[in-house]
Design a protein around this ligand. Structure first.
Ligand code: NDP
Length: 293
């Protein structure tokens, strides 16, 4: 039997509709909409497309956008000064620096400059520390989106074997901590894991976050497992047109798995939605006193 398709696009649309309704209720109480500042440096076309997507989503749910674009030749102090100003700006609830930065730009100083309670990407050490300790805080959007999808679909995690392939600070590491907090037994695999198939075949839940097309084939998946594909890869079809694929051999794995996310339309839309969710959380916490939102 073919796997259940975990439709991140549909869930994202539903969550965004709910958020838009909440925003309309809260604006009269707070006196302003939630505000998000996405900061972009340089001319990388993929980054530009991601930022456009984030700003459009922001508009859709009624949030205000305070985004800025810097030339790759600008002094890094310009980005830092802007972050410090946005930290103080009462209209701004979330600040995010689009990664990767151009060659020669160190991402650490801007990440450290963001006020942790406005760090909607969840990458400030304070928020990573809160995640490690199991305390509330802003959490990284892609792993949060994966967790939300699993929880909404009612996929049990407690006591299950979860394998996350990929150990980046953006996806793999925070996701493994979130799965651990949900009482899964977690294995974090990476490029030095000797026999990846042996590891993934033991998993009830496999998350691929690598960036290599077709890395996970059907023979690497336990029948009935849940497969989450975070990977985004641009490849060429036989007729020469470009297409987006994940890290999973989708067509064959969906015949073995119990549930699977497609690419596109799986984790990607959930990532943007969790960015909006984090901005709204920050707005709510900031305005909690006195106006009941
Ligand atoms: P990174 O390049 O930072 O990390 C990739 C990880 O994969 C590393 O830990 C690396 O191991 C591991 N890896 C590489 N080759 C292998 C292999 N052959 N076997 C096992 N592990 C391997 O990538 P990101 O975490 O930033 O992103 C991963 C993927 O997810 C990319 O395709 C990216 O585009 C996508 N992505 C999708 C998002 C979405 O919203 N859907 C959001 C963010 C990212 P090692 O540490 O040993 O080098």
């Amino acid at each position: 039997m073919s796997a259940k398709i975990l439709d991140g696009k549909a869930l994202a649309a539903r969550l965004q509709t709910e958020m838009a309704e909440q925003v309309q209720t809260w604006i009269p109480q707070v006196g302003r909409p939630p505000g998000l500042a996405v900061l972009r440096v340089g001319e990388d076309p993929a980054s530009a497309a991601y930022v456009r997507g984030k700003e459009r989503a922001c508009e859709r749910v009624g949030m205000a956008s305070f985004g800025q674009h810097f030339s790759a030749e600008a002094p890094p102090s310009q980005l830092l000064d802007t972050i410090l100003r946005l930290n103080q700006d009462e209209r701004v609830d979330g600040i995010l620096v689009q990664l990767p930065l151009p060659p020669g730009w160190d991402p650490i100083p801007p990440l450290l400059a963001i006020e942790p309670d406005k760090d909607v990407d969840g990458l400030h050490p304070m928020n990573l520390g809160r995640l490690l300790r199991g305390e509330p805080g802003l959490q990284s959007c892609t792993p949060l989106g994966v967790m939300r999808l699993l929880q909404t679909e009612g996929i049990p995690l407690s006591g299950k074997q979860a394998v996350v392939v990929g150990r980046s600070i953006l996806v793999g590491k925070p996701l493994s901590l979130m799965l651990l907090a949900a009482d899964a037994t977690v294995t974090l695999a990476h490029s030095r894991t000797p026999d990846l198939a042996d590891v993934t075949r033991r998993a009830d839940i496999v998350v691929m976050a690598v960036g290599k097309p077709n890395l996970l084939s059907a023979d690497m998946v336990k029948p009935g497992a849940v497969v989450i594909d975070v990977g985004i890869n641009r490849t060429l079809t036989p007729d020469g047109s470009s297409q987006l694929v994940g890290d999973v051999c989708y067509e064959e794995v969906k015949e073995v798995a119990a549930a699977i996310t497609p690419v596109p339309g799986g984790v990607g839309p959930m990532t943007v939605t969790m960015l909006l969710h984090n901005t709204l959380e920050s707005y709510r916490l900031r305005n909690r006193r006195g106006n009941g939102c």
